[in-house]
Design a protein around this ligand. Structure first.
Ligand code: ZN
Length: 73
C-alpha cells in the first residue's frame, strides 16, 4: 500500500494525496519509468478509493517510452 495523506489545497479544501508509485520503483508496475536520478517524490491528488497512482511526470515518461501504443487516441 502506498503512502497517502490529507492536505489542504490552495482553495482551503481538504484533499487526499498519494505518493507516486515510482517512489518505490521495485514495487511499482511502472518502475522502469522512475526518474533516472532516483525515486520519484511527487504527490498526486487522488480520490478516496485510489490505491495507487502514477504522477504525471512518470506517466509522461511511460508514454514516451511506450512501444507501439497508440497515444492520445
Ligand atoms: Zn512519479
Amino acid at each position: 500500500m502506498w503512502k497517502s495523506k490529507q492536505v489542504i489545497n490552495e482553495k482551503g479544501r481538504t484533499i487526499r494525496t498519494m505518493i507516486c508509485q515510482n517512489s518505490n520503483p521495485e514495487s511499482s508496475k511502472w518502475g522502469e519509468f522512475a526518474p533516472e536520478d532516483g525515486p520519484c517524490k511527487n504527490w498526486v491528488e487522488v480520490g478516496a478509493n485510489a490505491t495507487a497512482v502514477l504522477c504525471s511526470d512518470c506517466t509522461q515518461r511511460s508514454v514516451n517510452n511506450a512501444r507501439g501504443a497508440s497515444i492520445g487516441a
